[in-house]
Design a protein around this ligand. Sequence first.
Ligand SMILES: [Zn+2]
Length: 1061
Amino acid sequence: MAPCCPHKMIKTEKTLHLKSSRGRKVRVVREHYLREQVPCYSSLCLASCDNDGKVLPGDLTHYVVPDVGVVLDYQEILEFRELQGIILTQTACQAVHHCKGRRHYNRLRNLLKDPRHDCVLFANEFQEFSFCQRENGESQEQWQTRCVYSAAVWYYNHLAGMMAVVMITENQDIINQYSNLQSGVYVISVQEYLQNFWLELRTAHELYRSIRQALQEKESECTEKEFTDHLPAEVLEAGIKSGRYIQGTLSVNKHRAQMEASVRTEGLTNKNTELSSEVLVYGNKNRNRAVHGDVVVVELLPKSQWRGKVSALTEVQLEEKNGEDMQSKPMPTGSVVGILQRNWRDYVVTFPPRESPQSQNRNSQRILTVPWDHRIPKIRISTQQADALQDHRVVVRIDSWESTSLYPNGHSVRVLGRAGELETEVQTILIENCIHVPPFSDAQLREMPVNSPEKPWKVDPSQVAERRDLRESHLVFSIDPAGCEDVDDTLSVRSLAGGKLLELGVHIADVTHFVAEGSLTDLEAHARATTYYLADRRYDMLPAILSADLCSLLGGVDRYAMSVLWELDAHTLAVNKVWYGRTVIRSSYQLHYELAQALLNGEQDEVPELTQLISSEKDAKLAQLKQALEMLTHVARHLRAQRDQGGALELEGVEVRAQLDNEKNITALVPRQPLEIHETVAECMIYANHWVARMIQEVFPHQALLRQHPPPRQEFFSQLVESAKSKGFTIDTRSNKALADSLDKAVDPQDSLLNRLLRMMATQAMSQAMYFSTGAIPQDQYYHYGLALDRYTHFTSPIRRYADIVVHRLLAAAIEVESGRSPAKALASSKELDELAHHINKKNRAAQQVQKVSTELFQCLYFKERDPHKDQCCVANAVIYAIRDNGVLAFVPLYGMKGPAYLKNREGQVLSAGQDGHCEWQSGSVRRYSDCITTTSSIGTTTFTLFCHITVRISVQSSRCHADSVNLEVVSNRPHRSVTLHQTESHSRSQLVQEVVRLAEEASQQAQGKATRLSKLSKEEQEFCQSKSPNLYLLLEEIRELSLMDPAMCNHSLKIVMGSK
Ligand SMILES: [Zn+2]
């Protein structure tokens, strides 16, 4: 805080006792300025404090001031968003900085900045009346306590006794000494505080107990060294500079987590060229307490101790991409000498069952728990609930890993439930992917506009005055899947200038009108970055009042939109001009794909919106609508042809139709021939995204958020090329256009799966599309390979993607700049935008990961219930899509799953097929060729060829501490007898999810007696505006499986997805 206050200031001295990084104690005397005016950040203030920003509410029973010890040890408790009226003193915050380092200090600062947390910073040491001079002989701790207490008293007086102040401490002496000094200021323990004021906040009580337990255990730690000490920070820094040490991020090999880890050395400037990019860290001692993800410093071992990665083929490696050559030649090998940054997160662990032998003394209640993530070491937890927690999954945090301890010590944060139960497993998946989706808070929901029968929402006349009003001038309509409730894009097209010109319009929900930058809703949307889809539910990015109502561009109601209008030459379709801006629209028709296509084809004349009209009026309106659809199709064909010339890839084939029941639940998804109208709508969205990208990039060359799709690396295509060759097809991967053309030609009329599998391989070879800031990379890297566009961004789905919200704001600012005004708000710098892009990319990867893992979870839960040898559901048709040394990788279309199927087992037996194709384990040998694998036994030789259809039996390999996995066993080398039709495929997939949900509900109801927890849950969900609908997910999953690709990349399916929420 700079001493620049206009008020009276008093100069004094403050003596600090700091510890240098070498551990020496240093005494520092600093000039210190005291002021009369230091903001109190309370809404009760009567003293005209300069309370800029967050203030504590006045309607609380008390404010709470934690002492230094509480802030140091119990910060996690203070992080509960439910807690209110927290005052953090400067004294405590500085202590955190000194004792716990920058990372903890930053966490505290973020807490103070975050408006979702009701806490403020009081600069008590600058306040004339709360500052305490340190007395002779007074210890640092005593002085700090006196400072914090003095701050508490100051608040009580400053607010004229209107607010009680509670100081919390874990030190009984402090309670004894201070609790009776001043009425209105209470000194109590954390436990008393929680019990008196937050009795219902059970999780906070549990966390408190577990932290306290961990702290007590820490005091009684033994001193025998298990590991070498880490070197001090300055030694590490000097060593990195001189090239003696190497810095990088530790990555543990998931399949050999005990022994094998490596350090990726990004930005390595070491002259030693042998250190390409990776240093092997072999064994526990060399890893020296580093945990997966930590930024570590390694020292190379002498060359004689270098070694290779283990080359033996393990079961899991069968699944690895392209069967990369197992490297066994020695590589640079090192040991960890220090850790620059711990990147510990929340981990889900499983408590061992009672009977399992514990290496720890049972009486001390120190339990070794096993993390769900294979790469994380066992974590020792001190608890008094060991019995209650056995076989439960629990969220834990690591506190420390001393050199005297074989395992890190941690404390439990929250109990998720019994392992294997659906709810536990779903929560596990979320936490393991760092996805935090609490219900939307009351404060956040208060920001939302109201739309109720008593108080219907209306457009604001002042908004209408500022916007272009298209309600009368434009025929606006939407085309979405049947039953869609939230429409975030609409279209318009009309003829101008007597038919010489065409005007195409794309109108997107104006989400940023409702979500102000920096509001609580914005912060939450930013933190989530996307809507998350799991197998049986979704977690929305925005509250339902926006996503399903006020932002949804429904038919017949006035809505705000962000529009792009192109004026095109009617003949050449060249763009004359583009208009961007905020509009008011009223959509005339809410069409669904099948209806729109039927109208186009002249097969249908009934439109729901027109049924009430008399026939002459109806005919005129219908003709107008049909004409618009025809124009739209015409324009879209042209746009598509343009992109095709540039090499756009059609990697996905959207072939899905949702069957809905009366309550608009999807009962089945029927794959079907793609309609041209799908492509037409998608093309218009791509066009809008492209033109918005151009606009924001041109106006803000260094501060625009775009989306790139880097070209793939040629070597990744080898599997695709080789596989296609075995079927007589040539895949040309030299350019996106060549790839697209050759994929189109690789069609086997006998087997429609073949083309899907080839496209799946092509997709796997691709890089992922990513958001970036235009200031962060050179312009020649902006290219979107998949769409063949020089610039691209996301603009058309602001309801479920935060990137689109950012882009809407950028577009609004660009429009201001173009019209000669300066933007209302300062733009994010390129660096800030780049960080934002990284954040969104990371969250998108997490979203994809949870979607994938939750699908696998449902598959496992489904098959776990069945006897693979009796239940017909467990036997299915599969297609071989890759050959490995000891087996094949197979795709099961019926359930949309992929997995390895072994032809050779651990006992060395191989699978041989008899006359009827039925396979049996026999002793024998396997031989791998490029496009097939053969087994030879006394029965004879059996060949398994790429893309041939086989029959597999599906079973589940259970794991207590980790995720279960699905096992495929080859039953026959012929297709399954009752090869099912396409129609039933999707049906059984949706059944799978429904079945698992039903079983979980039953189990949960049984467990809870008559209290039906699940129905209660859904009530809560309604309250908090979080939906629990499997529908959309199923749709998405269907598309993903049909197209077998990254949903974030295929815009076409995104269109369907966003339209159907
Ligand atoms: Zn004040």
